[in-house]
Design a protein. Structure first.
Length: 162
């Protein structure tokens, strides 16, 4: 299973690709899709989606995992992120790639067993699970890798319980 994890953002969308086989993970690649603040919202979403499509063509993921929106104090700031998630979800499904969203709580629990884990704890678990010497940077990429690991852990759990 090759999983493309996504940490959605309008300015920076993190991405990370992991290979999961027999409960073992290996890192394939990671990075960030950046958009320009002086571009329109529509252009920025288009840029993110096009880069996402390029990643799927380059790495051939079998599954896509996206960190879902969590509670924002200013709900209007959540709308652009929701649009990014929708565009990426559509692009994944249009290519026949399995797609799922996970809340930050689900991701934290899947990696640490603690839904209230701090960001640095999640990043350290990503480093340990992938056998890396350093935490992947920038943070958005590490968060995307965490989403990918979470996807696999949930898939294995669901398979076991039928």
């Amino acid at each position: 299973m090759i999983i493309l994890g996504i940490d959605p953002g309008l300015a920076k969308t993190g991405w990370g690709i992991v290979k999961a086989q027999n409960q073992k993970f290996s890192l394939i690649a990671y990075g960030v899709i950046k958009t320009e603040t002086d571009h329109t919202l529509e252009h920025r979403i288009f840029t993110i989606t096009e880069e996402f499509v390029s990643l799927t063509e380059l790495y051939g993921p079998t599954d896509v995992s996206i960190e879902d929106i969590y509670f924002f104090k200013n709900i209007s700031s959540a709308f652009p992120i929701a649009k990014v998630i929708g565009a990426i979800g559509y692009a994944a499904m249009a290519r026949g790639i399995a797609f799922r969203t996970f809340t930050p709580l689900q991701i934290k629990t899947a990696l640490t067993g603690n839904g209230r884990a701090e960001k640095n704890q999640i990043q350290e678990m990503v480093r340990l699970i992938l056998g890396l010497s350093e935490i992947p940077r920038p943070d958005h990429a590490a968060d995307a890798l965490a989403a990918g690991i979470c996807y696999h852990n949930h898939a294995v759990y669901n398979q076991r319980i039928g």
